[in-house]
Design a binder for this molecule. Structure first.
Ligand SMILES: [Zn+2]
Length: 390
């Protein structure tokens, strides 16, 4: 199983300049290879491939001392990246859409791929060295790489003026079928980010609202700037930094919540968000949608790693159905705000008299749709047979 771990890098000023120069050289290499492909095709009608260009790389390095000073395998990856761009282009052509690979601007060429132990090394000092970059670069190891894991490749990234490294780590697959812990259903919502079938709710963090308001303000400011002005560039950077910060907070939050779920439950059911779709014009929902999707995907891979199971059920009518008696009641009374109305907050079944928080109730419906064996007096049975299977 391949997992990735991303860390912030703290190059000193000299190293930061050297890293920028390295990406610049790689960008030149990328553009030169693209140019060569175009010319070979124009002059000789020949389509160059990765092997053709990679074979030439050695000679190019002998002639260009800038390139000679950097990692050979990282440069091969640059050639490979162009090859992938062409692969994607031919794929698009087959589907009837163009989009020829483009020359890249240095300011947009933001990453380089390395093989760990070849061109990029993790030192005893827990700093890293990169061929062609002076000294050792500081890394903030905010979490450990898994013990005994095989670190195969690393990407050095630049984003909003900051540097990062992302390791791809090969970890052994979870052994055997999952040990049964417990099953849970999760309802995602606007007021609580999630509600669980066990009656817990996780409130939507307060900053999401503030962040989306600030984003709108920055977007408006950007729109007011004159085209190609300095002010516009600044506004653009501010917006990008804000977006990056919000994304990282959201990611942290999703990591925490998903970790907690996976630690406690082996069987986790969500609604299938790809079926739900978005209510038109609901800004809050569109902002949160990204958070929900991320939470589900993080839970999914963490569960896979821990040998658990994540199921996604058709969300149709989960908020109208009664988990107690199966009765379906219309969604909400007319005249009430769909979010604030009391009838929207409470599940009050006229059939069997169940009164409960609506989101928690919907979570129960989701749980039982995904794992019917977890329902009612048979739940214990279902659980124990699971245990036998494991
Ligand atoms: Zn009922």
């Amino acid at each position: 199983m391949l997992r990735s771990f991303k860390y912030r890098l703290f190059p000193n000023p000299t190293q930061a300049v050297a890293l920028t120069e390295m990406l610049g050289s790689f960008c030149d290499l990328y553009n030169a290879c693209l140019q060569q492909r175009i010319e070979a095709y124009r002059r000789q009608g020949r389509a160059l491939g990765y092997i053709d260009q990679a074979n030439e790389l050695k000679a190019v390095r002998l002639a260009d001392e800038r390139l000679a000073g950097y990692s050979y395998s990282a440069e091969q990856q640059v050639v490979r990246r162009l090859d992938k761009a062409f692969g994607a282009f031919f794929g698009r052509v087959r589907r009837g859409r163009g989009g020829f690979p483009r020359f890249r601007a240095k300011s947009m060429f933001d990453s380089a791929d390395f093989r760990v132990g070849d061109g990029l090394t993790i030192r005893r000092s827990r700093k890293i060295t990169i061929v062609g970059i002076p000294g050792e670069i500081k890394v903030r190891w905010h979490r450990e790489l898994p013990i005994g894991a095989k670190v195969s490749t690393a990407v050095v990234l630049r984003s909003c003026g900051k540097w990062y490294i992302r390791f791809s780590v090969e970890t052994p697959d979870a052994p055997g079928p999952p040990p049964f812990r417990a099953a849970v259903g999760i309802d995602v919502g606007l007021i609580s980010l999630i509600a669980t079938s066990d009656g817990e709710t996780v409130p939507t963090p307060k900053w999401t609202d503030k962040a989306s308001r600030k984003q709108r303000r920055l977007q408006r400011a950007l729109a007011r700037c004159k085209r190609a002005s300095k002010g516009r560039l600044k506004a653009k950077m501010r917006l990008a930094r804000h977006a990056a910060r919000t994304a990282s907070r959201r990611r942290d939050f999703a990591h925490k919540v998903s970790r907690d779920l996976v630690d406690r439950y082996s069987h986790i059911a969500f609604e299938d968000l790809t079926i739900t779709g978005l209510a038109r014009g609901m800004l809050a929902k569109s902002v949160l949608n990204a958070a929900w999707a991320q939470l589900i995907s993080f839970t999914d891979y963490k569960a896979a790693y821990a040998g658990g199971l994540v199921a996604k059920v058709n969300p149709r009518g989960t908020s109208k159905e009664c988990d107690g008696c199966g009765r379906v009641t219309p969604k909400h009374r007319s005249g009430e705000s769909p979010i604030r109305g009391l009838s929207r907050r409470i599940h009050d079944c006229p059939g069997c008299g169940t009164v409960e928080d609506r989101d928690v109730h919907a979570a129960k419906v989701i749980k039982h749709r995904a794992f019917p064996w977890s329902k009612g007096p048979g739940a214990g049975l279902g659980a124990s047979s699971q245990r036998v299977a494991a």
